[in-house]
Design a protein around this ligand. Structure first.
Ligand code: AMP
Ligand code: GLY
Length: 424
């Protein structure tokens, strides 16, 4: 088989790695890819939003399966474009990717189908949002831009003044662009967060092993929200009892609700959950693998991922034996200092050869490029240094050991990824 991956981050690198392990696959392409993906795939310089060029490439090169990693093309309808041309593609159509593309949509869906989530209101104009804040809100409170905002469109506001400023930033200044045309204001929840990724074939849902992300930029969960600074899998707090509850009250009901609404979901649903004192609640849905969740979950997966992708497309997921190893995995993101706001790029990265030939250490490339024969930094998140181990503690020790193998100017990382492991 020939497989095309769409995207250019650490998630797409681990996807390329996992796909490369399928005996069914002869050749992998990635558009646009990065310097790490280039070791496993032929990178094609076509942007992830250039749907017509991507589809033409897939036709010309007789691609058997296209796998879309990123949210923007999914929400923008890349799957519909490919399907209309008879191309096989893994991912939700636009009418299902809206589960991630509109937070107002997903909140209304959860309300309608009694899926546990934070109480909320949706707003189309800033004046009514401010009025609500002045009259009915309890603080702290959470403001969410409706649309896609690279995981950064969520503001937690301690008081009325901050919340009013937040409404202005999101809806008037359009800090997150058109994502801020609508606003969700929701109840602040407390508890442990857990990410559960799942494969979905329109009716059946099979979960992958759980993970816990670290979204804030700084140690001790300080600083701005980022795309994710590192994580670990499995979450020791996501017990089999909680998993059963979630399957019954959250996962299957979500998949059924989407089908009921005429929006049959095929692909990956990523459930962002908060384990509150009142039980697990949905913080957010994503319509794709998480980044860096994929980096800690896929190295632990035993099944041939091509079989799973095809089962999701064909509606035969019930026949797949989805197994995860009884081990653990930790990923520490090496970022450019200043991420997620302002940072410089183009610094040479050294030390990557230390990962070669090892089965339990990975340097998944997020933002890297080639320049003059060297690998250089090319993004806010640069590398996901990842290690597997028999236990979470061992995986964490190995991941931080490997962090020291890699050097580049302005290297920045969190020192406390997996701190929660000690509380388990
Ligand atoms: P989201 O993009 O919706 O996952 O939000 C990003 C992060 O904001 C989450 O991972 C949580 O840490 C936090 N967050 C989102 N919604 C809430 C909420 N209702 N209560 C508390 N924290 C939240
Ligand atoms: N790591 C969070 C996300 O992929 O949205």
């Amino acid at each position: 088989m020939k497989v095309l991956i769409i995207g250019s981050g650490g998630r797409e690198h681990v996807l390329a790695w996992k796909i490369s392990r399928s005996p069914r696959v002869d050749k992998i392409y990635c558009a646009p890819g990065n310097a790490g993906i280039a070791q496993l795939a032929e990178c094609v310089p076509i942007g992830a939003m250039e749907f017509d060029r991507l589809a033409a490439f897939a036709k010309e090169n007789k691609i058997d399966l296209t796998v879309v990693g990123m949210d923007d093309p999914l929400v923008g309808g890349i799957v519909d474009v490919f399907e209309a041309q008879g191309l096989r593609v893994f991912g939700p159509r636009a009418n299902a990717a809206i589960l991630e593309g509109s937070k107002a949509f997903s909140k209304d869906l959860m309300k309608k189908y009694n899926i546990p989530t934070a109480a909320y209101e949706n707003f189309d104009d800033p004046a009514s949002a401010v009025k609500y804040l002045e009259t009915e809100a309890k603080f702290p409170i959470v403001l969410k831009a409706d649309g896609l905002a690279l995981g950064k469109g969520v503001l937690i506001c301690e008081d009325l003044a901050q919340a009013k400023e937040g409404v202005k930033e999101i809806m008037e200044d359009r800090k997150f662009g058109s994502a801020g045309a609508r606003l969700v204001i929701e109840e602040f929840l407390t508890g442990r967060e857990v990410s559960v990724l799942s494969f979905v074939d329109g009716k059946t849902v099979k979960t992958m092993s759980s993970a816990q992300d670290h979204k804030r930029a700084g140690d001790g969960d300080t600083g701005l929200n980022t795309g994710g600074m590192g994580n670990f899998s499995p979450s020791p707090f996501y017990t089999p009892e909680i998993a059963d509850y979630c399957m019954k009250h959250i996962f299957q009901p979500t998949v059924d609700a989407m089908a009921q609404e005429g929006r049959e979901f095929h692909g990956v649903i990523f459930f962002g959950l908060m384990l509150t004192a009142d039980g697990p609640k949905v913080l957010e849905y994503n319509a794709r693998f998480g980044d860096p969740e994929a980096q800690v979950v896929l190295p632990r997966m035993d099944a041939d991922i091509i079989d799973v992708f095809e089962a999701c497309i064909d509606g035969t997921l019930d026949q797949i034996d989805l197994k995860f190893r009884d081990n653990a995995c930790v990923c520490v993101v090496l970022a450019s200092d200043g991420y997620p706001v302002h940072y410089e790029k183009g610094f040479e990265i050294t030390g990557l050869e230390a990962f070669e030939g090892r089965e339990d250490y990975f340097a998944f490339h997020a933002g890297t490029a080639f320049r003059d024969g060297k690998i250089v930094t090319n993004g806010g998140r640069v590398l996901g240094i990842t290690a597997t181990g028999d236990t979470l503690k061992e995986a964490r020790r190995k991941a931080y050991e490997a962090v020291e193998w890699v050097r580049f100017e302005n290297r920045y990382f969190r020192h406390d990824i997996g701190k929660a492991i000690d509380e388990a």
